[in-house]
Design a protein around this ligand. Structure first.
Ligand code: GDP
Ligand code: MG
Length: 600
């Protein structure tokens, strides 16, 4: 298809505003998926995506769309790229946007603009995309299209009357939207004679076909049977198959300027096909990649341990398998006194963590315990050496010059009556107000600089509960910043319990110590001797609890009884100790650690 007849677009929206449902209607209207094969959220193919109703991986589909004008019919090909909406997957969103010339900005007509609407719109504008503003869900009784058309026009410019109104549910307005895409989104521009350059915007592992890589060709042409080169690694592969997705894979005789499709090289490891990398021909390679390639960097770390220690090899294999599908997943082995053998795993964010954990438990039948998530700290010692800390218990002792922690730029949208509540929450989380704008008389956008560590723990839940569910949040990494941080250790009879060490702000150290010591006191059974639980910063004890001693002499119960019964009881007691972890002289049932680690 010549570039003049191609339209590459994406749908961007706040989560739940109806991207996937609108995509379904487009698939139907263009005849790509017929009535019988149709099911809701057609493009969300992973089980976990379907159950949670969210999109994790980007998807690209080619759809034919004929436009009648002045008695002639012109056959266009539309490439739609459905993008993930959650902040953890912003990296994928930005790669998808780079593969398009236009974006449908979808806004729920009963909700109005939300934080991720703005974040995605800004990303689209940075990529110079043509923006088509659309109000969705106009079938809802609570829809207020007039009001929100004003809001959108105020944001992207133009006349409120030009904001399209559609319903992904009923299909109303979707034909007009497809026509508008053809009319408004420019065809792709590229040099057909130049060496091939194609951008990888997604790659997935398929059990039968190996790695399937999704690309958008910018210059030149990719042909089957040719040798290609991945520009970031210089690795060469043979192109076994090339084609388009519509909505199943269809082989083609190649992909030219502006075309979007897939390629298969027979490699088994997704790391060979990195999102953001550039593909070129081996015979006539391009000099320059399309954009600099960055590996997505894990932002949040957690220890993952099998509850049954003998599952350790299963966990290791499972992580290896998931990694094939997920370049952002990072892990290395770790041991813990309290939890045994496990891994320190790095994630893009909390949702990413939750999804990986759920997949490990479901797809690999593992029972896991994860330690409290933490961010990455950079510690500069007084002798200028730098230590990167991904596990709080490894925070260095000795003379520390400075500790830096990651910060994020957060955007919070809320009805103006909640300004006070939002400010109070952000202040308690060490936030720094950067600016505030009214989107309308009732809705305000607040911009904060916040430590990532403060957002990682229940910030979103707190924000929702303090605004009766009306606030929305988006954030992006904004570098690192020095902070007054200390490590709090938890000691059981003088021995450090590694899984409970935490890095917290100086002012919150006492509260953390008291909370953790109290929790463990309730969970650890009494022993034959008194057990002190202490929270300490360095050698300074900041909180203390005591588990009082009991004398639990099992033999006393069967005084005078026969000797074999006594032996049995002793055996039983030994059995019970197997699942105990010994910290110093103290026996702690593993359940106590698990309970203490799970959040209430
Ligand atoms: P996404 O997160 O943006 O992909 O949103 P989904 O397409 O998964 O839709 C979120 C929810 O809104 C689902 O429960 C849909 O059934 C519902 N929904 C989507 N579009 C419409 C619409 O046009 N009208 C109504 N009434 N509900 C819709
Ligand atoms: Mg979706």
């Amino acid at each position: 298809t010549p570039p003049s007849l191609l339209r590459n677009f994406c749908i961007i929206a706040h989560i739940d505003h109806g991207k996937s449902t609108l995509a379904d209607r487009m698939l139907q209207l263009t005849g790509v998926v017929d009535q019988r094969a149709m099911r809701a959220q057609y493009l969300d193919r992973m089980d976990i995506e379907r159950e949670r109703g969210i999109t994790i991986k980007s998807q690209a589909v080619r759809m034919p769309w004929a436009v009648e004008q002045d008695g002639t019919t012109t056959p266009y090909a539309l490439n739609m790229i459905d993008t993930p909406g959650h902040v953890d997957f912003t990296y994928e969103v930005s790669r998808s946007l780079a593969a398009c010339e236009g974006a449908v900005l979808l806004v729920d007509a009963a909700q109005g603009i939300e934080a991720q609407t703005l974040a995605n719109l800004y990303l689209a504008m940075e990529n110079d995309l043509a923006i088509i503003p659309v109000l969705n869900k106009i079938d809802l009784p609570a829809a207020q299209p007039e009001r929100y058309a004003e809001e959108i026009a105020g944001l992207v410019g133009g006349d409120p009357a030009d904001v399209l109104r559609v319903s992904g549910k009923t299909g109303a307005g979707v034909t007009e939207l497809l026509d508008r895409i053809v009319a408004t989104v420019p065809g792709p521009v590229g040099d057909a004679e130049a060496p091939a350059r194609a951008m990888i915007f997604d790659s997935v592992y398929d059990t039968y076909r190996g790695v399937v890589t999704y690309v958008r060709v910018v210059d030149g042409q990719l042909n089957p049977r040719e040798k290609i080169v991945m520009m970031s690694t210089r690795a060469t592969h043979e192109l076994l198959e090339i084609g388009v997705i519509s909505p199943e894979a269809i082989r083609t005789q190649g992909l030219g300027v502006g075309e979007v499709g897939y390629l298969i090289t027979g490699v088994k490891d997704v790391r060979q096909s990195k999102v953001g990398d550039t593909v070129t021909n081996a015979s006539k390679p391009a000099n320059q990649a399309l954009a600099e390639y960055h590996d997505p960097r894990p932002m949040v770390f957690s220890g993952l341990y099998p509850i049954d220690g003998s599952d350790y090899p299963v966990l290791r294999d499972a992580l290896d398998k998931l990694k094939l599908n997920d370049a952002a997943l990072a892990y290395e082995p770790e041991t813990s006194v309290a939890l045994g053998f496990g891994f320190r795993v790095g994630f893009l964010g909390l949702l990413h963590l939750e999804i990986i954990r759920e997949r490990l438990e479901r797809e690999f039948d593992l029972d896991l315990i994860s330690t409290a998530p933490n961010v990455v700290y950079e510690v500069t010692m007084e002798d200028r050496s730098i230590v990167t800390v991904t596990n709080p218990s490894e925070f260095p002792g000795g003379k520390i010059g400075e500790v830096r922690e990651p910060v994020v730029k957060a955007t919070i949208l809320a009805p103006s009556e909640f300004i006070g509540a939002v400010m109070e929450l952000c202040q308690s989380r060490r936030g720094d107000l950067q600016g505030m704008d009214y989107l309308s008389a009732e809705r305000v956008e607040m911009r904060y600089m916040l430590p990532l560590a403060e957002i990682v723990f229940d910030f979103f839940d707190q924000l929702k509960s303090k605004t009766r569910g009306y606030a929305s949040l988006d954030y992006e990494p904004a570098g690192e910043q020095a902070a007054d941080l200390v490590k709090v250790d938890i000691l059981l009879q003088g021995e450090q319990v590694d899984a409970f060490s935490a890095i917290v702000h100086k002012e919150k150290a006492y509260a953390y110590g008291v909370m953790m010591a109290g929790k463990l006191k309730d969970l650890i059974p009494r022993q034959q001797f008194e057990v002190p639980i202490q929270a300490a910063v360095g050698s300074r004890v900041i909180a203390r609890e005591t588990i009082r001693a009991i004398r639990k002499d099992v033999l006393a119960k069967c005084y005078g009884g026969d000797i074999s019964r006594k032996r049995k009881l002793l055996e039983k007691q030994k059995e019970g100790k197997k699942r105990m972890k010994t910290i110093g002289r103290v026996d702690v049932p593993q359940e106590a650690f698990i309970a203490a680690l799970s959040s209430d």
